[in-house]
Design a protein around this ligand. Structure first.
Ligand code: DGJ
Length: 362
């Protein structure tokens, strides 16, 4: 049996060994805290430059303290069946799991790209399980809300004037160029997150319209489908990697620009309602020019409400290693607050005692 040192702190960017001494393989991940345990779901990446292709599936790890993680196996397996949506060699990214109290089931949504089709499919996949660590059964993949206009869609959005064809690209996107194109078959869905509100309503927030506009889709009560209520967020602003959290009744978002695997300056936003309007709060990073322009060489994937510390949050980001995907690193940092805005600073090493009540909140 592997003898592991018990960890008592986070060391962002370093190798993070699991209980077997192997670097955690759960990229683009998210956490679910359930009955005193934390479960970290993420992309199992392979080695080398093709390691972003899913040959294994979604990996899950379990922890009581957030520092020490036990390998709990593969929650969702790829398929060996030719033509299956999850056929080995497809792309499975940013899996997120939420618990549905009504049906007592665990619900996973993820970004799916079909094998051999690059990033063209732009679908979201659903898998469910009655056990938190799985195995999860694949249900289907879709492009959300085919044939449904967003809440409050104007006539101009549905039926543009002839002069709309002369608009510059960004204006054309905002005016609904891709939204209308994808209306019949469903809206694109790439980078994504899930958010469950205090009233247990759940939402999929996802990069759509060729990654240029985020879409917020309300999920049905069982979290397995869309209600048809959806809206656009930051239209034309090219956000990826969205992560949402709620503090003192306000909704906050951390997201990124769109630069493939290369890091870029993060963005943040706030809204009084999850439906918006959302207001941009700017780059949350504080530090050196490089820290600020690369988000500490990371891209957001999830914001964790700190268990036992209401109103405190941990930023989770990925430091991608596209030449050897499985060696990607995890950047977890405490979220601090400055004039009502979430901010991130670099800590070589830190632990949860950082969250002493009132110390970091303003
Ligand atoms: C950036 C996204 O955030 C990642 O999840 C992944 O889709 C890469 N782009 C692919 O280039």
């Amino acid at each position: 049996m592997a003898l592991q040192t018990t960890r008592t702190s986070f060391t962002p960017g370093e190798v993070w060994p699991d209980d077997q001494g192997i670097h955690i393989n759960a990229h683009g991940g998210g956490l679910l805290c359930h009955e005193g345990m934390h479960y970290w779901f993420g992309e199992h990446k392979g080695s080398g430059p093709k390691g972003h292709l899913a040959e294994v599936g979604v990996h899950v790890y379990a922890s009581r303290d957030l520092y020490n993680w036990k390998d709990s196996g593969i929650a969702l397996q790829v398929s060996l069946e030719t033509g299956h949506d999850l056929e080995s060699g497809c792309v499975i990214e940013r899996p997120k799991v939420i618990y549905n109290r009504k049906t007592r089931t665990f619900i996973m949504w993820f970004h799916l790209e079909l094998k051999g089709k690059g990033y063209d499919a732009a679908r979201t996949g659903l898998a469910v399980s009655d056990k938190v660590a799985g195995p999860y059964q694949f249900v289907r993949s879709v492009r959300p809300n085919a044939g449904v206009w967003p809440v409050g869609a104007t006539e101009a959005l549905k039926h543009p004037a002839a002069s709309a064809s002369e608009l510059a690209e960004r204006d054309a996107v905002v005016a609904g160029k891709y939204l209308r194109r994808d209306f019949p078959g469903g809206q694109m869905s790439r980078d994504m997150t899930l958010f469950v509100d205090d009233d247990e309503k759940a939402y999929l927030l996802t990069a759509s319209e060729n990654n240029q506009t985020l879409h917020l889709h309300e999920l049905t009560d069982d979290y397995r489908d869309f209600t048809g209520r959806w809206t656009r967020v930051f239209a034309g602003d090219s956000n990826e990697a969205p992560a949402v959290f709620k503090k003192d009744g306000k909704y906050y978002m951390i997201s990124s620009d769109c630069t493939g695997w290369r890091p870029n300056p993060a963005r943040s936003g706030v809204a009084d309602s999850i439906w918006g309007p959302w207001t941009a709060l700017g780059n949350p990073c504080r530090g050196t020019e490089k820290d600020i322009s690369t988000t500490f060489e990371s891209q957001s994937t999830y914001v964790l409400p700190v268990p036992g510390h209401p109103g405190e949050f941990v930023y989770m980001g990925d430091r991608w290693r596209p030449d050897n995907a499985s060696d990607g690193r995890y950047i977890w940092l405490p979220i601090e607050w400055e004039e009502g805005k979430p901010v991130l600073r670099w800590y070589e090493t830190w632990d949860l005692s950082q969250f002493i009540p009132n110390r970091l909140s303003d």
